[in-house]
Structures are given as C-alpha cells and as structure tokens.
Design a protein around this ligand. Structure first.
Ligand code: PEP
Ligand code: MN
Length: 338
C-alpha cells in the first residue's frame, strides 16, 4: 500500500504517519517526490490493515499497489530516480548518457591504467573492472581480489572516474563496499537474496544485472529486495538472456529497456558486451540501446582483446572503443563531442 501525502504536508506529519505504520507492525518507506511525499508500506503478508491512517493530518489518500514489486514501481513514484555522485556531473536516470567502461577483469596495473586512460579520453565517467570474477569454470582466472580493488582506487585518484566493481558473495562485500563507488551485482547473483539484502544495507549505489534466465519482473523483484532494505539507489542493467539463439552469446533484450522505463522509476542501462558476446556487434547494439531509452552503457575494453583473461571475444580494442564514441557523439546528449 502507498500513503500519498498532501503537497503541503509537514515533516512532522510525515514522521507521524511513518511512526503509525511501524506501530501497526509494517515498515514505512518515505519517498519524497517533486510534488509530494509518498510513503510505501511493506512487511504485510496479506492486505494492509490501514487502521486510521487515512484520517491522519497531511494524508491525501491511500492507494493499493497491486503489482508484486512495490517500492520500485512507477505507481509508487512517478518521477525517474536520478542517481548522482559527489564531485561528478554524471548521473544515472538524468537526460545524459552514463558511460561505464573498462576491462572485464583487472589483470595487471599496466593493463588497467592503459584502459583507464583510453576510456577516460573517450568520455567514460565510470571505470569498471572485475576484482572478483564469477567464472563458469573453476579453472578460469578468478580475479586479483583486493589488489584489483587497490589498482582501481589508483584509477579513481588519477582520472577522477568513479569505480564500478562486482561483489560476488557476502564475503567480498565488505572490501568491495570500501573501494567501490557503485557495487555491481552480477547476473549469476541476481537471485542471491541474502546478497541483495546485504547490498540493500550498503551506503553505495548498486548496479543490478538481469539474471541469465530472469524475466523483467524477476529483475524488478530483485531490485525490490535491495530498496526494501533502505537503499533506493539501484541501477538496473539489461545484459542479455539465454535463448535458443546461438549466433550471439546471449540475446540482448532491448525491449526490457522500454518495459522497465514504463514500470519502474529506477534507471536502466544496457551492457551490449555481455549481451552479444562479440566485439563487432557491440557498437550497433550500444547505439540501439540509446535509441531505446537506456540511461547508460556498460562496455568492456582491453588493450589486446585476444589476450584478455576473460571475455576476450567481446572486449573492444582501443580503436573500436574510439569509433563507438564517435558514433555515440552523433546522438545529442550521448557522449562528449570533442
Ligand atoms: C561482468 O560484468 O563482467 C559480468 C561478469 O557480467 P554478468 O554478470 O552480466 O555476466
Ligand atoms: Mn565480462
């Protein structure tokens, strides 16, 4: 259920309604909007028993939210959630394009610095790299761990880009939270509900990737786990799903962008690198993602893609990345034009 406050409701009235909701045994989630504050009510097993909430001062109306996801739904908050960062004008959910780029995995300091310089020049505001890698094979490179995080911290110091990196389990969360500006939850962990709840208690934005066999509704429910714990800074990411199609590594479901934008106020970005699995397909699908309304892109780049320790086939060379940036620059608001 949603309690919609009047536009002129005072902080005291909002506080009193939240306290009343908690007294009734539910959880209150205050969501200030441009026009008015709405308070989401969760924690109920069946219908919320509204008590005397609708008679309280400052309350305009009570609305039942019929969707299984509540706090992430557009029914609950009409305006887009815009996620911004201290010391940066980049946003997720605003009109500009957020560009996250970097290697799949942090392999060495030299490789990382070389990619960082290139993607920074191309206009990336976010640098990504995996320090902990969820690999299909236990014999594949698993990442440098804390050393990888330290190298990314150097990238932030040198170039000012914000760092996006993945926490693969509850154990890696503590270190990732310490170093990252955005905590990535990978496709394989989208249904790891204890990790979702843990990242929901972290004071950093979360990049939540769609699971390999998950529906858009599953993705929104996973985001609900995070927001329910108090962290409303969630960026959704379409990264392709498993289908019978074998010409690409995954099937990049760009319709998810328009569905999410209609159903949720959260920002959505697209990862055409994992979505296609082949470097030559990345640029056209990045372009298509922006046309579909994606708020950002996640692109893998490597100095020598053929030698990459993970995701070699889909990593862009520096030349391919520069060409992509030139192409995106022709879309207003999508990339720096110099
Ligand atoms: C990644 O971003 O490098 C990654 C492992 O992605 P995904 O979880 O989408 O497979
Ligand atoms: Mn990868």
């Amino acid at each position: 259920m949603l309690v919609v406050m009047k536009a002129q409701a005072t902080e005291e009235q909002i506080g009193a309604v939240c306290r009343k909701i908690e007294e009734l045994g539910y959880r209150a989630h205050s969501m200030p909007g441009a026009q008015r504050t709405a308070i989401g009510v969760t924690g109920n097993r069946g219908e919320v028993e509204p008590g005397t909430l609708d008679e309280m001062p400052g309350v305009q109306e009570l609305i039942r939210v019929s969707k299984p996801y509540k706090l992430v739904s557009r029914d609950v908050k009409q305006e887009n959630t815009v996620i911004s960062f201290a010391g940066s004008d980049a946003t997720f959910g605003g009109p500009g394009l957020a560009l996250i780029a970097g290697p799949c995995a942090i392999e060495t300091r030299e490789q990382t610095m070389a990619v960082a310089e290139q993607v920074f020049r191309g206009g990336a505001q976010f640098f990504r790299g995996g320090a902990y890698k969820p690999r299909t094979s236990p014999y594949s490179f698993q990442g440098l761990g804390e050393l990888g995080l330290q190298i990314m911290a150097e990238v932030r110091d040198k170039f000012g880009m914000k760092i996006v990196t993945e926490a693969i389990d509850n154990e890696s969360m503590e270190l990732v939270e310490k170093y990252a500006d955005v905590i990535q939850i990978g496709a394989r962990n989208m249904s790891n509900f204890s990790l979702l709840s843990e990242v929901g208690r972290a004071p950093k934005p979360v990049l939540l990737k769609r699971g390999l066999s998950s529906t858009v509704e599953d993705l929104l429910m996973a985001a609900e786990y995070i927001v329910k714990e108090g962290n409303s800074q969630v960026i959704l990411c379409e990264r392709g799903i498993r289908t019978f199609e074998s010409a690409t590594r995954n099937t990049l479901d760009l319709s998810a962008v328009v569905v999410v934008r209609e159903r949720s106020h959260l920002p959505i970005i697209v990862d055409p690198s994992h979505g296609t699995g082949l470097s030559s397909y990345v640029a056209p699908m990045a372009w298509a993602a922006r046309a579909a309304g994606a708020h950002g892109l996640l692109i893998e780049v490597h100095p020598a893609p053929a030698e990459a320790l993970s995701d070699a086939d889909q990593s862009l060379s520096f030349e391919q990345f520069a060409a992509l940036m030139r192409r995106l620059a022709t879309i207003p608001g999508s990339a720096k034009t110099t």
